[in-house]
Design a protein around this ligand. Structure first.
Ligand code: ADP
Length: 593
């Protein structure tokens, strides 16, 4: 829980006053003071302090919340600002953050009720029509970047370091994209950290696992660019101030212990690092939020700018040197993923781990002007979605080595260290496409130990998103699986840890046995996670047309591109993809004539 201004607020609470004011013939009561209310956000309660002055909402403090950093947390602040601006709680939810927005609205409503005032005036929808006059905004920069996620911001910093002035267009009201909510694992062959842990590795092994793990469908030169530059790009992030933990782990589907974890939660470390740089260079870098790119502007065969929508306005952004597309994949576009899907059962009703803005816009814009698309049918599902939301949050695994999966009968059914597609296909064979992740105290030495999504295990258990027991038998009873089966599954797994041979499933990644209470379980279902296909690029991140020619002025980086991961992206390879190719795109575009 994040606590802000609590002391100040308590002081203010003591000062609130109901003052009777005589005005003409009538007397009314002014409820000056700070009133506290609570609502429910995405990940627990949101508590606000509403300052009333003369029955006007003067200020709203978000006192306590557990919304995602950089996403729900930003939305909560934006909604609070709107409520103050319009003196209304009937404001529109922040796009993609409905639960966080509603949580603040409910909390403010409760606070107003406590103030014992007539809340009817605050329920009126604000009249925003006054600003809806259509206009045209002209912009000019050396480079226009579309999308302020991991790849777009890496490209922005890199382009600026190479001497360019940059304009970034982002359709959401905040930066960060999927990158900021990702598990943030970063695969790189690391001469220091892996060596310190006695982990043998090589660039060649990373290359082979990535290429073979994607069924040799990736472009070899792009795989090589990724694996060779992953560690230098990590050092580049460090040079910008980013901190990684010393301990190396194996993220789900990474196939090898070379995953790095940032010190900051989720993907906030990457985005904060880029934004710190960008904020220091605001004379040369502009980010336009709520600005959706719609078309690439092409003149004489060269991409020279972008057309975008910003509220009622049309933005014409001219680029002297080039345009970089970094709009992410299309996992949140049900129509597109159904159109391209050839591998999975119908994806209509599956949830996604992605944010709602990840609809493939950049892919369609590039295709429209002749870019080649590759691997579009390669859609990655994870076996790790939270039932109901599809989100990765609530997942209790800390790494591959120390957890098993069991189905509704309490039986293991797959090598839990396998490729992501292999595990998800196996999950589709289980009853209700449903499984439990089982861990023990080794993963959570204390109740306040956090998972990879900044949630403590105590919090998850309290919210009913995970289960805890002192015996496997009790755990089985709580999650309604056959206790004998669960106990047997764990026993066989523990034998495999001893022998380093997993007879039934061939698993090779082990560390501790599951033998130390408390034991924990959390439910998981398949969820749409990553689209490996997209715009074809070369090793300089230049976009290619259907004949393999470079499209002048156009670059792409990150999940919007194809050809880097083949049929299956290794866990932990997406973030280095955004950093490596974002960095290259920025440099290539800045150095263009
Ligand atoms: P990557 O991991 O490849 O960097 P992300 O998902 O992190 O991708 O970021 C993609 C960003 O692009 C998101 O912030 C998303 O909102 C933004 N975006 C998507 N489509 C558009 C568009 N048409 N105009 C501007 N921004 C867009």
């Amino acid at each position: 829980m994040i606590r802000r201004s609590t002391a100040l607020l308590l002081a203010a609470l003591l000062l609130y006053s109901a003052i009777a004011v005589v005005y003409g013939d009538s007397t009314y009561t002014v409820h000056n003071g700070v009133y506290v209310g609570e609502g429910r956000g995405c990940y627990g309660p949101i508590k606000v302090g509403v300052t009333l002055e003369g029955d006007k909402i003067k200020d709203i403090q978000i006192i306590e919340h557990n919304e995602s950093p950089g996403v729900g947390a930003v939305a909560a602040e934006l909604i609070a600002e709107d409520i103050i601006k319009y003196q209304s709680i009937a404001v529109d939810a922040v796009s993609g953050c409905t639960k966080s927005s509603n949580g603040v609205v409910t909390a403010v409503k409760e606070a107003l009720k406590k103030a014992d005032i007539d809340i009817t005036p605050y329920l009126r929808r604000p009249d925003t029509s006054i600003v809806k006059v259509r206009g045209r905004i002209g912009k000019n920069a050396d480079i226009v970047v579309i999308g302020a996620g991991g790849a777009g911001l890496a490209a922005t910093v890199s382009a600026h370091q190479n001497g360019a002035k940059v304009l970034v267009l982002e359709k959401m009201p905040m930066v960060g994209g999927n990158t900021i909510i990702s598990g943030a694992a970063y695969n790189a062959v690391d001469p220091k950290r892996q060596y310190a842990q006695g982990i043998e590795d090589s660039i060649e092994k990373h290359y082979t696992q990535t290429y073979e793990g994607g069924d040799r469908l990736a472009k070899p030169e792009l795989v090589r660019t990724l694996v060779e530059n992953a560690y230098p790009a990590l050092e580049w992030l460090e040079s910008l101030g980013m901190k990684f933990k010393d301990e190396i782990f194996t993220v789900l589907g990474a196939l090898w212990p070379r995953s790095h974890k940032p010190e900051k939660p989720l993907g906030t470390g990457y985005i904060d690092t880029y934004m710190d740089y960008i904020n220091k260079h605001e004379n040369d870098i502009e980010i336009m939020l709520n600005t959706r790119a719609t078309e690439l502007i092409v003149e004489n065969g060269k991409v020279v700018g972008v057309e975008a929508e910003n509220g009622p306005n049309t933005v014409i952004a001219r680029a002297n040197k080039g345009v970089i597309i970094a709009t992410g994949g299309f996992s949140a576009n049900v129509q597109a993923r159904n159109y391209y899907n050839k591998i999975w059962p119908d994806l209509t009703n599956l949830k996604t781990t992605n944010r709602p803005g990840i609809t493939g816009d950049g892919i369609w814009m590039a295709e429209k002007i002749g870019a080649n698309l590759i691997g579009m049918e390669q859609i990655q599902l994870l076996p790790m979605g939270e039932p109901g939301t599809g989100s990765l949050s609530g997942n209790i695994e800390q790494g591959v080595e120390n957890r098993i999966f069991v189905n509704k009968d309490g039986n293991r059914f797959v090598d839990e260290g396998a490729r992501r597609d292999v595990m998800t296909k196996a999950l589709f064979q289980q009853k209700d496409n449903f499984m439990w992740v089982i861990v023990d105290k080794h993963s959570y030495p204390t109740g306040d130990t956090k998972n990879n999504f900044n949630e403590t295990i105590d919090q998850l258990v309290e919210e009913g998103r995970a289960y805890k027991a002192d015996t496997l038998e009790d755990l089985a009873r709580q999650i309604d699986v056959d206790p004998a089966n669960l106990i047997k599954s764990v026993e066989i797994f523990n034998m495999a840890v001893d022998k380093k041979i997993d007879d039934p499933f061939g698993r090779t990644l082990f560390e501790h046995k599951i033998d130390t209470p408390p034991f924990y379980a959390c439910p998981r279902v398949p969820t749409v996670h990553h689209t490996m296909g997209g715009i074809e690029i070369n090793t300089k991140a230049q976009v290619l047309d259907k004949e393999g020619n470079i499209i002048p002025g156009l670059y792409a980086a990150g999940e919007v591109t194809g050809g880097i991961h083949g049929s299956n992206r290794l866990g932990g390879n997406a973030v280095p993809d955004t950093v490596v190719f974002g960095r290259i795109a920025g440099e290539s575009a800045a150095k263009a004539e």
